[in-house]
Design a protein around this ligand. Structure first.
Ligand code: ATP
Ligand code: MG
Length: 218
């Protein structure tokens, strides 16, 4: 990589961090701290001019949009909510895969209903878009987590949430009802960094792209 500027990469802890590590290793980037044990939010790497920022998953696009990070890795769910202003989304990494789904009690859609269905979700924009496209009038209730609780206590008829195995739904007596879209994590790039640090950013993306496409033949 041509070294004339630092490269700052925004990531979230947890599954994205764990799943990106082997991809960063392919680009010869190794964090010098473990975000689970270190309290540092700026993690230095073996490359003096590459830093990782550890931020909330839903904040990754914001850091990249404003150029506080040049590059980020964020779930498509988060990008759909953010809207993508100020960002390019050049690469699907195929990691942290899951599905954005409508879920509820097994009879949620069959039950005769007076008034609008209430839908509890953290994914307000995606839920609004999905139901609007189907011409269904619903009332969206914004939650920040534990969506599975809402139908159990009469807060909502349905939820819109990420589903991987379905075990969390099942444990709460809920079932997946409709698929909204498949989700995976994407590389995002600040629009100014895309121009100003083009070679740097493209070198990283090209290595990641090769690694991802090789992995898919395993
Ligand atoms: P925070 O807790 O910081 O508000 P979060 O709960 O969305 O954010 P994570 O649970 O680490 O953070 O999820 C990060 C990303 O991983 C999500 O945006 C989504 O793209 C993906 N993801 C979330 N849940 C699953 C899942 N069950 N299986 C696979 N990928 C998932
Ligand atoms: Mg979480």
């Amino acid at each position: 990589m041509s070294a004339n500027a630092t490269l700052t990469i925004a990531l979230s802890k947890g599954r994205i961090f764990e799943q990106i590590l082997p991809l960063l290793a392919a680009a010869d980037i190794y964090p010098l701290d473990n975000p689970d044990t270190s309290r540092k939010l700026i993690l230095p790497t073996n490359q003096a001019d590459v830093n990782l920022l550890i931020v909330r998953a839903s904040d990754v696009p914001t850091y990249v949009q404003y150029g506080a990070a040049d590059v980020g890795v964020a779930g498509k769910d988060v990008l759909l909510e953010h809207g993508g202003v100020g960002l390019y989304e050049p690469l699907d990494l195929g990691i942290a895969r899951c599905r954005l789904m409508v879920a509820g009690q097994p009879d949620a859609l069959a039950a005769a209903h007076i008034g609008r269905l209430r839908v509890a979700t953290k994914y307000v924009r995606s839920a609004e878009r999905y139901f609007a496209a189907r011409g269904q009038q619903v009332e969206i209730i914004k939650l920040y987590g534990s969506m599975e609780l809402a139908p159990l206590v009469g807060l909502a008829d349905l939820i819109v949430d990420l589903v991987e195995s379905g075990n969390t739904l099942k444990a709460n007596g809920l079932v997946p009802l409709e698929l909204i879209c498949h989700i995976s994590s994407r590389v995002i790039v600040n629009k100014a960094a895309w121009k100003m640090k083009h070679n740097r950013v493209m070198d990283l993306i090209n290595i990641l792209r090769q690694t991802v496409s090789t992995d898919s033949f395993d």
